[in-house]
Design a protein around this ligand. Structure first.
Ligand code: 5GP
Length: 122
């Protein structure tokens, strides 16, 4: 079961941040790194992560500085512009087991490039 209580610095996204495994960069600044998802669920699928260590949205929301939270939120529109998602997009953050979180480093998915339908398929 995924542990989102204790940060594990061997998670895949920590390794991407340390350049131990490659990624296709879309955007980067002092606080945030964004890269293409390796298993895209839409024509455009990018993952946005804070450079600091947070296990999940819960950890980020409770413990990140206001500056870091603002940087993450502001990065979304910048990345949407870079990706030319002019007709809209969806953001998702999976939290814990029920949410389907696989990688225990907080991230926001940004998806677009085609009509995405309902939030959860029935
Ligand atoms: P989660 O299910 O935790 O919300 O999303 C984790 C995401 O990370 C998945 O969409 C998965 O495809 C992506 N992912 C897992 N391993 C890698 C990797 O090594 N490189 C990249 N670019 N994405 C990955």
């Amino acid at each position: 079961m995924i542990d989102i209580q204790n940060y594990n610095n061997n998670n895949i996204f920590a390794k991407i941040l340390r350049n131990e495994i490659p990624s296709k960069k879309v955007f980067e600044n002092d606080d945030v790194y964004a890269f293409e998802d390796i298993n895209p669920q839409a024509p455009v699928h990018v993952v946005i992560i804070p450079k600091k260590e947070f296990c999940s949205l819960n950890d980020f929301s409770s413990n990140a500085s206001d500056e870091t939270i603002i940087a993450m939120m502001r990065s979304i529109k910048k990345i949407a512009d870079i990706l030319e998602l002019n007709n809209g997009y969806r953001i998702i953050s999976n939290v814990g087991q029920v949410g389907g979180q696989e990688v225990p480093h907080f991230h926001i998915h940004i998806l677009g490039g085609a009509s995405l339908g309902r939030i959860i398929s029935s």
